[in-house]
Write a protein that binds this ligand. Structure first.
Ligand code: APR
Length: 236
């Protein structure tokens, strides 16, 4: 096995074949809302009802979708690498839970997750699967009116950056799957990895914005490309 320690970054493209629309596709998730209104702390402060409604719809939609072949293949990769003394670090920008439902055990949700709520007062996080409203109280500090979706909004610091940077500096290979490379800091991981001599691979439907930074780009649907690539890695 050539690569034993692999860091993977996934984006909306890996969930597209499960039926979750990507962000930047025409008719994507932001279609009826300005990003500023539903995905910034300022938007939440201005209209918490609207923001909760927006994420309630997305949380409810999770019940109608299933992981696809790409999610399942990455779970197989996690097991396969572990059995060979290696390690998969799966970092996702996605706020859906399809990697977990596809079987991956350790997932870093750098942009948060729809199935969790965050207390704006004591920063407690808890699993939350139903519809939320601004009146929801925190189960730890009991303060009302400050609970918010556990989503990293524009202008906020993504989660677990120090862990991600550590894993990037310790890996053999960095792979980006289904992301347009438009949003930093995730879009900069390829430069971070290649500047310290790591091999880099992109699997995407089309060339991403940072495509030229990758050693190799394979273009096509994640549901096809990812299982093929995982078989290659586990066979060698
Ligand atoms: N297989 C592989 N790639 C695909 C597929 C597919 N079936 N369908 C679409 N793609 C590719 C698109 O070509 C595009 O390059 O996935 C990418 C999706 O890009 P975006 O919609 O920009 O999503 P993403 O990169 O995850 O967005 C990053 O931006 O809005 C913020 O916080 C939000 O996490 C999100 C971040």
């Amino acid at each position: 096995m050539k690569s034993k320690k692999i860091v993977i970054l996934t984006g909306a493209g890996i969930s597209a074949e499960s039926g979750i629309e990507t962000f930047r596709a025409a008719g994507g998730l932001w279609e009826n809302h300005r990003v500023e209104d539903v995905a910034t702390p300022e938007g939440f402060a201005k209209d918490p009802e609207l923001v909760h409604r927006f994420y309630n719809l997305r949380r409810a939609a999770l019940k109608t979708v299933k992981p696809n072949a790409a999610h399942v293949a990455l779970a197989k990769l996690e097991d396969g690498l572990k059995q060979n003394g290696g390690q998969l670090t799966l970092v996702t920008q996605n706020v859906d839970d399809l990697h977990e439902r596809g079987g991956t055990k350790e997932v870093i949700h750098m942009h948060g997750i729809l199935t969790s709520m965050l207390c704006g007062t004591c920063e407690h996080r808890w699993e939350y699967l139903e519809d939320a409203s601004p009146h929801l109280s925190c189960p730890k500090c009991y303060v009302k009116n400050t609970s918010r979706p556990d989503i990293v909004w524009f202008g906020e610091m993504p989660y677990a950056m120090h862990v991600i940077e550590e894993r990037l500096s310790d890996c053999d290979l960095f792979v980006s799957i289904g992301t347009s490379g438009a949003v930093y800091p995730a879009a900069g991981f390829v430069q971070m990895a290649s500047s310290i001599g790591k091999a880099t691979l992109e699997l995407n439907l089309e060339r991403s914005q940072g495509s030229h930074f990758f050693d190799e780009s394979r273009l096509g649907a994640a549901g096809t490309l990812v299982p093929q690539w995982v078989d290659e890695v586990l066979k060698v």
